[in-house]
Design a protein around this ligand. Structure first.
Ligand code: HEM
Ligand code: HEM
Length: 191
């Protein structure tokens, strides 16, 4: 993915991370608010885990290193170093799977797909499942690349790198579809 596009996506996701908190506050007295809160928590987890991965991968202002948990702040780039027992990809993986399950719990209790909000909800449920399947496939490609690189099979490695690039365009395109549907859902729910 082109770097400027990735940056725009990251900023967009961070903005969306804040949005559900306002929706949640607005929603407090409505029926079904408890499960609506599950959706907010789920979406927040998905965006937080994805944003953390995207930011640490580029080391723009935060980097992640494996080690005893801790945070070091210093005046020069990347400013913040977070130490943790797992890799950012594992955080991305876990947060998106758990977040999806929470969002699907909300989806399962809202049965009306005839409205615009409901249709967008159904679309989001499908997109989330596709994103997770796609994510597992992406991890599989990553593992194959590592194995092939160790064996120094240059031709196979080249093919896999092209496959990873294409897969990533697909994975991120699904994210864009999801964000559009989420926007429609939040704008029309309760109409
Ligand atoms: C920030 C995230 C979300 C918030 C704040 C939110 C909020 C709401 C609220 C307040 C309702 C109406 C009350 C209710 O029936 O519980 C609703 C309905 C619904 N939501 Fe969500 N939702 C979110 C994300 C999602 C996601 C990710 C999906 C799908 C995976 C989804 C699917 C649905 C469906 C199908 C309905 C039924 C539509 C209707 O009754 O007209 N929602 N949502
Ligand atoms: C709602 C679910 C998901 C969303 C919204 C999502 C979002 C994203 C985004 C935006 C990126 C691009 C990050 C960047 O390069 O800046 C990405 C990359 C990636 N995601 Fe996901 N993802 C989801 C689920 C998953 C799952 C479940 C897995 C793994 C099992 C996964 C594995 C990956 C991998 C392997 C990459 C690419 C790593 C790389 O080559 O840089 N994703 N994801």
């Amino acid at each position: 993915m082109a770097d400027p596009l990735a940056r725009i996506l990251t900023v967009f996701m961070l903005a969306l991370l804040i949005t559900p908190a306002f929706v949640l506050a607005d929603e407090e007295n409505e029926e079904g608010a408890e499960l609506g809160s599950l959706a907010v928590l789920g979406i927040t987890l998905i965006f937080a885990g994805t944003a953390y991965y995207a930011l640490t991968k580029r080391r723009l202002f935060i980097e992640h290193r494996k080690g005893e948990p801790g945070i070091v702040v210093r005046p020069e780039r990347p400013y913040v170093t977070v130490f943790g027992p797992v890799y950012p990809m594992t955080i991305h993986h876990l947060s998106t799977v758990v977040g999806t399950l929470l969002a699907l719990a909300h989806f399962a209790t809202c049965g009306d797909y005839s409205t615009l909000a409901g249709g967008a909800g159904l679309g989001m449920a499908i997109t989330l499942v596709l994103l997770n399947i796609s994510g597992f496939y992406g991890r599989y490609i990553h593992i194959r690349i590592e194995r092939t690189a160790r064996k120094s099979e240059r031709r196979a490695l080249k093919r896999l790198v092209v496959l990873l690039r294409r897969w990533k365009v697909f994975h991120v395109a699904l994210v864009v579809v999801f964000l559009i549907l989420l926007g429609v859902h939040l704008a029309t729910v309760g109409d």
